[in-house]
Design a protein around this ligand. Structure first.
Ligand code: F6P
Length: 365
């Protein structure tokens, strides 16, 4: 058994679920117990479980069979920020700092280090807790792939596979009915899912937040295809796409959430304009949470497993305030601060965008 001074660790999953969360938990538990003889305590429902002291020990028996399962056996939430926690005072909701409760609960369980599996919201809280004295290690999760300092977050590959399959299936109706089919995909402020699935699925138009679109250019593309006797078109729209000089479409606000903005609706807008201008029957599919569901791909299972093992290794080596990351072929780590510095969006002059342009895919500009 490898040497470490840390004997008890905590783990939680925060933010939106992503395929591969269970694979990370499994790797954390197995590595901690087998390699280092640690005890692992799982906190339920993200930081909510840490605040309310909802925890249970995780043994190897608890992680049997979870590798291929989507979701998280620990539960998760994108609310319950301990530094901005909603409480009712009189008839008003006010936000207070309850982070001290976390330190109390951590000490009740005798936990020496905490592994936070999450996206930018959860990792930012992890960073604040680290700055306040908690020994934190982060694992980058999100289908959006929008965290800098890692080549890829786990969850993205599965979401990409789901979106690609959706495009493949939409081709059937597009071709048979000679329609324009619009697929709206997730990704928040980053266009990774749209761009990558659009390339993988052979889309004709891909609209991403990083390249504001001109609807006239999109319409021209659809009309040009008709003239080339191509009777159908596929448009992939990122939920964060926006017209030139316009704004993203906000579907609703979820107050108390790490980021209250919920995007959605741009697909309908694009479809209406395309149908009105081209006269071609245009239909919309909003893929939504299907992208977060189901069994992780082999790539995500392996990446998640490597991240889980890497995170425990960091704890054992006493390297706190860091996040595991993928750099080329290797699992490395970066300070949480660096990891959260800036959002990882699609470089507009990057190779993927260039490839799309060289294939004649319309990016709306
Ligand atoms: O960050 C992951 C993500 O699925 C985004 O792509 C999307 O904008 C958002 O979460 C949806 O959040 P919710 O599950 O709260 O609707």
């Amino acid at each position: 058994m490898a040497k470490t001074v840390v004997k008890r660790i905590g783990v939680l999953t925060g933010g939106g679920d992503a395929p591969g969360l269970n694979a990370v938990i499994r790797a954390v538990v197995k590595t901690a117990i087998r390699e280092y003889g640690m005890t692992v305590v799982g906190f339920e429902n993200g930081f909510g479980g840490l605040i309310k002291n909802q925890a249970r020990e995780l043994t190897e028996a608890d992680v049997v069979g979870i590798l291929p399962r989507g979701g998280t056996i620990l539960g998760t939430t994108n609310r319950d920020n301990p530094f901005h926690y909603p409480v009712i005072k009189g008839d008003k909701k006010v936000f207070v700092d309850v982070s001290d409760r976390i330190f109390e609960n951590i000490s009740i369980h005798g936990i020496e280090a905490l592994i936070v599996i999450g996206g930018d919201g959860s990792l930012s809280i992890g960073k604040e807790l680290y700055e306040k004295g908690l020994k934190v290690v982060g694992v980058p999760k999100t289908i959006d792939n929008d965290l800098s300092a890692t080549d890829q977050t786990f969850g993205f590959d599965t979401a990409l596979a789901t979106a690609t399959e959706a495009i493949d299936k939409l081709h059937t109706t597009a071709e048979s009915h000679h329609r324009v089919m619009v697929l709206e995909v997730m990704g928040r402020y980053a266009g990774w899912i749209a761009l990558a699935s659009g390339l993988a699925g052979g889309a004709d138009v891909i609209l991403i937040p990083e390249i504001p679109y001109n609807i006239e250019v999109v319409i021209e593309k659809i009309n040009a295809r008709s003239q080339e006797r191509k009777k159908f078109s596929i448009i992939v729209v990122a939920e964060g796409a926006k017209p030139l000089g316009g704004e993203m479409v906000v579907q609703k606000r979820v107050e108390d959430s790490f980021d209250p903005i919920r995007l959605g609706g741009i697909g309908n807008l694009v479809a209406q304009e395309v149908e009105a201008a081209t006269g071609k029957e245009t239909r919309v599919t909003v893929l939504g949470h299907l992208q977060r569901g189901g069994s992780p791909t082999a790539f995500d299972r392996i990446l998640a497993t490597r991240y889980g093992t890497g995170a425990v290794n960091l704890v054992a080596e006493g390297k706190f305030g860091r996040m595991v990351c993928l750099k080329g072929q290797n699992i490395e780590s970066v300070p949480l601060e660096t990891a959260l510095g800036e959002m990882h969006t699609v470089p507009v002059d990057g190779e993927l965008v260039r490839v799309a342009r060289q294939l004649g895919i319309c990016l709306g500009d």
